[in-house]
Design a binder for this molecule. Structure first.
Ligand SMILES: Nc1nc2c(ncn2[C@@H]2O[C@H](COP(=O)(O)OP(=O)(O)OP(=O)(O)O)[C@@H](O)[C@H]2O)c(=O)[nH]1
Length: 582
């Protein structure tokens, strides 16, 4: 497998292993060592130089300092022994890249010196190679302004050689330089061009690797989803190739893309894992930036304690032994987090206040509800009281009405039993009294009841002579007299000018005596002169209730009436007893 990917074809000088140096650096180092051991002195200097350059670049890519030292020393040897300026330049470029990558010494100076050795060479491939190494050194050292023209020269040189792989390399460095200048859109375009050139030569792994650079630009452009996809593909490849450093970079990019997508907890977890792996691998240079990213993601995920610890560690690792500077950073951090703590506290207090506010509102709502209930209860009570009062009033009114009705009924009843003209009992009252009297059980030795029927004599003539109203006056005068004269007997007007007197248990003799008194009394009455009635007389028929001939009210009345009729027939102004009448 390894051999298939790193076997040199008939390649341009120095470029035979450029893909595998990136995609499989460990494998290439092993392969070169094997080649050097096995071939020994049979190797041509050009082939050895090519192998050593491949090993050196692979060593830089895999942080293998031993392999790098081995490669540069052997290249130096080739340069000296074989008077090979290309080998000397190769050793110089490797040292320059190492120094630039690790921030040591004068890497750029080293690179310029190396380039100087070969830029005058006749071989355009060597010149293009050297130009690219310069472009690469300046781009890696973040000297973008200088890197860009060098990289473009390099691209032109590769274009002249139809070296698409080389153009892909140089476009990648253009992207790096533009990214340093923060020209995010242009950098992304350069990376996209680089990927297209790599794709043309089927360098799929490099397409993915440049994708990792492009991912950073996409992230800055807010294209987090695309960035995430690129970094994930990149990580997969790096893990398979064992490129620890690159894989840590991709993990960092993935975490940042996840955070940008709002998956803060997931992002933080991813970053924690990346930092743990960096620590395990002892890659401190990268760890500082990773810790800063982790701190930011921890803060976003709400883990302030961790965020502070990460920042402190990054500051410690990043600082030289300048303790006051470190302290200043720590103080700044403390202040920043104190402010953050304060903000959190305020937000907690605000939350608590909101809760209290809600409780207050609930209490107010409760009080309002109770007040409403009380108001309703009062209304109900008032309604009940009003209804009770109304009911009492109605009952009172009904009682009053009932009494009035009773009074009215009694009055009506009284009226029904009273003669309106004279004010004494009428015929109906007489019948009731008589019926009631006859209904009583008869006492053993009691005298019979006596009935007197009285009729005014020639009353028609009186009416005719003095007028009907005066006739009424006569009737009232007679009544006044009778009412007094009958004593305890009951008197009633039972017809126009006819009266009845009922004397319970009086006996016929007493009845006749009373009748005679009445007749005589009336005949002797002194009538008012204005009445113009010379004399008033009455006829009276008397009948006792003997229980034989008179056995009920009608037979009793008939008997009295016959006696009265007899009195009239006998000449009037007289009393006739019923027993005398046949
Ligand atoms: N003023 C007045 N006259 C009445 C009333 N009721 C009945 N009379 C009159 O009483 C008279 C009765 O007349 P009659 O029945 O002919 O009897 P009389 O004239 O009394 O003759 P004798 O009974 O035979 O003596 C009539 O003229 C009735 O109009 C009344 O309430 N007021």
């Amino acid at each position: 497998m390894l051999l298939l990917t790193v076997m040199p074809a008939v390649a341009a000088p120095m470029n035979a292993f450029r893909e595998s140096a990136v995609t499989n650096p460990h494998g290439l180092i092993i392969f070169v060592r094997q080649q050097l051991d096995q071939a020994g002195t049979t190797l041509t200097p050009t082939r050895e130089r090519e192998l050593l350059w491949g090993m050196g670049t692979a060593a830089i890519n895999s942080n293998d300092d031993a392999a790098l030292a081995e490669a540069t020393l052997r290249l130096d040897g080739l340069a000296t022994m074989g008077h090979d300026p290309v080998a000397a330049a190769a050793a110089g470029f490797l040292r320059a890249r190492h120094d630039i990558a690790n921030g040591l010494g004068d890497g750029l100076g080293e690179a310029l010196k190396a380039a100087d050795k070969v830029l005058g060479e006749a071989d355009p491939e060597i010149v293009a190679w050297a130009r690219f190494q310069l472009c690469d050194a300046y781009a890696l050292d973040e000297k973008a302004a200088k890197a860009l023209p060098l990289c473009h020269q390099s691209i032109e040189a590769y274009r002249a050689l139809n070296d698409d792989f080389g153009i892909g390399d140089a476009e990648n460095d253009v992207g790096i330089a533009l990214a340093t200048l923060n020209r995010v859109g242009d950098a992304a375009t350069a990376y996209e061009r680089s990927r297209r050139y790599y794709a043309k030569v089927d360098a799929e792994q490099l397409v993915v690797m440049v994708g990792d650079n492009l991912s950073k630009m996409y992230l800055k452009q807010g294209r987090a989803r695309e960035a995430l996809a690129l970094s994930q593909a990149s990580l997969k490849q790096e893990l398979a190739a064992g490129r620890i450093s690159d894989s840590l970079d991709s993990r960092t990019d993935i975490a940042q893309a996840q955070a940008a997508l709002g998956h803060h907890r997931q992002a933080y977890a991813q970053m924690r894992e990346a930092v743990a792996r960096a620590r395990k691998a002892g890659i401190n240079g990268q760890l500082i930036d990773m810790l800063r990213v982790e701190s930011r993601l921890a803060e976003q995920a709400g883990d302030l304690r961790h965020a502070l610890a990460d920042e402190r560690e990054a500051a410690r690792l990043g600082s030289t032994v300048d303790t006051p500077a470190l302290r200043a950073i720590e103080v700044e951090l403390e202040q920043r987090y104190a402010v953050r703590e304060k903000e959190l506290r305020i937000s907690e207090l605000e939350h608590a206040n909101e809760l209290k506010d809600l409780q207050l509102k609930a209490a107010q709502a409760d009080a309002a509800r109770r007040r409403e209930e009380q108001r309703r209860q009062r209304l109900v009570n008032l309604t009940i009281a009003l209804l009770a009062a109304a009911l009492l009033l109605i009952v009172g009114l009904l009682v009053l009405l009932l009494r009035a009705q009773r009074r009215h009924a009694a009055e009506l009843q009284a009226q029904a039993l009273r003669d309106p003209l004279t004010g004494i009992a009428n015929r109906r009252a007489f019948q009731q009294r008589a019926t009631e009297l006859l209904g009583r059980p008869r006492e053993a030795h009691a005298l019979p009841h006596v009935l007197l029927l009285i009729d005014i004599d020639h009353f028609k003539s009186i009416n005719d002579s003095i007028g009907h109203p005066q006739g009424d006056r006569v009737l009232r005068l007679l009544t006044d007299y009778l009412r007094i004269a009958v004593g305890s007997c009951f008197v009633a007007r039972i017809g126009g000018e006819e009266f009845a007197v009922l004397c319970p248990q009086a006996g016929l003799a007493a009845g006749l005596r009373l009748a005679e008194i009445l007749r005589a009394g009336v005949a002797a009455l002194m009538l008012p002169k204005d009445l113009q009635v010379a004399r008033l007389t009455i006829s009276i028929g008397v009948a006792q209730f003997d229980g034989v001939r008179c056995h009920d009210l009608s037979s009793w009345m008939r008997a009295a009436d016959l006696a009265l009729y007899a009195a009239k027939s006998g000449g009037r102004d007289q009393v006739v007893a019923s027993k005398l009448v046949g």
